[in-house]
Ligand binder design. Sequence first.
Ligand code: JFZ
Length: 312
Amino acid sequence: KEERMEWWEEARFGMFIHWGIYSVPAGFYKGEAQTNSAEWIMNKGKIPIAEYEKFADQFNPAKFDANKFVALAKEAGMKYMVITAKHHDGFSMFDSKVNPYNVVDATPFKRDVLKELAEACKEQGLRFGFYYSQAQDWHHPGGMGNNWDEGIERVSSDEYVYEKALPEVEQLLTEYGPISIFWWDTPRKMTKKVVDSLYHITSALQPGIITNDRLGEDYPGDHKTFERKLPSEKPEDRYWEICQPISGSWGYRSDDDNFKSIETLIRNLIDASSKGGNYLLNVSPTHEGILRPEATTRLKAIGAWMDKNSES
Ligand code: JFZ
């Protein structure tokens, strides 16, 4: 047993947030519904970079209030929060020093939403961490995954990591206070050299940090990540976490009415917990910066259920 993992093991329940400029198209491009989860719209719609960038001009979530998100997570009984700092679309949801394609420099909103959440978490006593798409980046010429934008002069993925991913990760781990979690995603082939650098920088800058198993093949991280489906048996010998969207999509889709019932959510939390795992439940802020009422009522109901069952 590791001391570093103690709080995480006791936490059991966390809030995952997928938020980016994909909340502007919200699942629809040129009037057509795109399949898949809303944060994949650039890829599924084969939207050229120059076109997709226009969603940043329209990103102005005036109703966003970091304190309310943190208060809601706490009310639900959640002990930590993980938010998308940069998803596969390459847009940075913070005041990136190396990438002007970010929420402060490229949107009318001009506010560093990650800084606001980091501060609110600190104030209200919630652990805080980042999701970061280290390999896929559909905006940078060295990032992986964009095979539809033609006429782009490609550079190596090492160049992408040194220019963008590594300095961004460094900034996220130095300018946002204590960071409890770094949540990597979709490992793809990168040189061992750069993956090593990413690996070492997290623990060097935040010694207590906990990382998942999605950095690269040879990097097991601290915990195993299950996706959407709960494991049927108790996983042996590893810390583990199941992440799941509260509705159908990770990012906000305007037509996503597929909310899980309160009973299902509570059952899933109990199921994961009884098998020794954590439940990371995802919510999807809209282009206005708020949650759908269906999400809010569900989170409050889970909290009420917890209160009721912890009194006796
Ligand atoms: C990834 C992302 O592509 C997706 O947009 C979202 O952020 C999700 C949380 O993570 O999707 C995955 C990653 C891994 C698996 C499935 C979907 N997997 O291992 O089954």
